[in-house]
Design a binder for this molecule. Structure first.
Ligand code: PEP
Length: 252
């Protein structure tokens, strides 16, 4: 089995002023900055990224944007490019989060353009996919994921595969306190792994990390991480608190 280093990622969403972001980042640096067995990533709001960067330089904690535009630059008021994120200190970018799909009308086609721009710009995209509760109830989970993965990754070259990260985030589990069971999540992750192998027609796809996201907390991370196809977590609410996030990072 390929060696997939676990990644525990924190999505801070639209929370934390610069001062608050600096406090949490420094706490994380002290608590988990030395950990070598797990990759750690935090996604602060844009305003804080470049200011927290020096505090986690040369630690295990990487930085991510929460979104970006696919163009390199231009008259796109309110947007930010891959180059700008890299310049601010990012190695990753979260793309296609369900909140972006739901509230900002992002389509799979938009997200695909962003995936390409991220990879070409030297960022690792964390492509978020997941079904809503009604889609799950009407047995559409796998067809929804097929579309999100196929269009989201359309045209991605095999030599970029190692930099692609997928986050399976069932929409009904985000911020709701409802988590998929370990087995429910594993079933979907195994399905996604198979689809990735079909798409890339190459076993290189087995090196892609697939994170689980949806109400991950210190008390449920261990069971999830014991599943063979769960390679980490994308954490929302619990990542805002350094103690809770550090406990999740140290799940073992
Ligand atoms: C998320 O926003 O990606 C997420 C999984 O949130 P939460 O952990 O709060 O459910």
């Amino acid at each position: 089995m390929p060696d997939r280093k676990p990644l525990i990622a924190g999505n801070w969403k639209m929370f934390k002023t610069i001062d608050e972001a600096l406090i949490t980042t420094q706490q994380l640096q002290k608590q988990v900055g030395h950990i070598k067995t797990v990759d750690i990533m935090i996604a602060p709001p844009f305003t804080a990224i470049s200011l927290v960067a020096p505090f986690i330089k040369d630690t295990s904690i990487g930085l991510s944007g929460q979104n970006m535009h696919w163009e390199k630059e231009g008259a796109y008021t309110g947007e930010i490019s891959a180059d700008m994120l890299v310049n601010a200190g990012c190695q990753y970018v979260i793309l296609g989060h369900s909140e972006r799909r739901q509230y900002f009308n992002e389509t799979d086609e938009h997200i695909n353009k962003k995936v390409h721009a991220a990879l070409n710009g030297g960022l690792k995209p964390v492509l978020c996919v997941g079904e809503t509760e009604s889609e799950r109830d009407s047995n559409k989970t796998f067809s929804v994921l097929d579309k999100q993965i196929e269009i989201g990754l359309q045209g991605v070259a095999i030599d970029h595969v190692d930099n692609v990260i997928i986050a399976y985030e069932p929409v009904w589990a985000i911020g709701t306190g409802k988590t998929a069971t370990d087995e429910q999540a594993q079933d979907v992750h195994a399905y996604l792994r198979k689809r990735l192998n079909d798409i890339f027609k190459n076993s290189a796809a087995s090196s892609i990390r697939i994170l689980y996201g949806g109400s991950v907390k210190p008390n449920n991370i261990k069971g999830l991480m014991a599943m063979p196809d769960i390679d980490g977590a994308l954490v929302g609410g619990a990542s805002l608190d350094a103690d809770q996030f550090s406990a999740i990072v140290q799940y073992e």
